[in-house]
Ligand binder design. Sequence first.
Ligand SMILES: Cc1ncc(COP(=O)(O)O)c(C=O)c1O
Length: 378
Amino acid sequence: MSFAVSEKTRVPLIDLKRQYNGIKEEINSAIQDVLDSQAFILGPQVKEFEDLFASYCNTKHAIGVSSGTDALLLALKSLGIGNGDEVITTPFTFFATVESICNVGAIPVFADIDPESYNIKPSSIENCISKKTKAIIPVHLYGQCSDMDPILEIAKRHDLKVIEDSAQSVGAEYKGRKSGSMGDLGCFSFFPSKNLGGMGDGGMVTCNSKEIEELIQMLRIHGGKPKNFHAALGINGRLDTLQASVLIKKLGHLDHWCDERRQKASYYTEKMEGLDLVTPKIMGFNKHAFHLYVIRTKERDTLMEHLKANNIDCAVYYPVPQHLQKCMAYLGYKEGDLPQTDLAAKETLALPIFPEITREEQDYVIEAVKDFFSTSVQ
Ligand SMILES: Cc1ncc(COP(=O)(O)O)c(C=O)c1O
């Protein structure tokens, strides 16, 4: 079958304008309220959003911070993790996970991933544990939780803390438990393209410990308590009132948006069955939030070119695993040390997915993928 390129068709990876247009009045009036109050820093909407978010995640506390990156940094700081300590994590993640570990002076130690879920493989964690290990950071990649029970069990046995990197997985569940509610702390990002995205940067830390809540509340304002009296080094890491006001409104739509994402994902999966590619595997214990819809094929680079040539946006998350980044060379990892991660970085590709993507757009993507395999496999 030949595939005709339509001049007009362009399928974006995500289209935030469609979401905004659907809830414009709600959002505009929330922003207007903040403008009227001029309470930009830690205004009442921040606490309101924190309470709503904690209740959404089934945690006792939530602390609004300036980004997902700062959520991770503050989480590590609140546990006293610093110089020379080791933190085990996955190399198949966004750089911020690893950057935060390094920025508190600790050393990232990488465990390989499970090739089906792309998340850290619990059985690969134990070999990474040393006397210096203080914590594990599982990352719930693409919107699907890591296999938390064995991770929590290993952590308990070795007296380690667990920080969930839930930046991509708001709305996801593991055995009925919400992402970000299972470890000692959960870290979320409200980067605009996330399932729950602000209109700028934003983040959240969730936890069940009052002590940690109060510590992070202090650390996000330079460690000052009371103001100008500093017993600890913190950062300027607050969540903006404007962002909180937007996120309060968006939180009310989150479950519906995640349902939409799941439906769109299952349509792709159904229609691409039988092609020489691997569709996302939803692990039995999970409710996937489909932040990204990621397929896998040995022909990844040529498929990507084909899709782009047909005006379909697609992207690789992540082309260089974090243990092979130039600035991580001092750690001494080389290609082949974490073989499943190396392969996934070469073979995975994210297709357009967002709650408002139309059936027509999905069909166009599916046809382009089918066309690629019918012409490339000859
Ligand atoms: C897995 C992961 N961790 C951390 C972050 C950092 O979040 P932010 O961009 O809000 O700082 C991201 C953001 O893309 C992420 O995907």
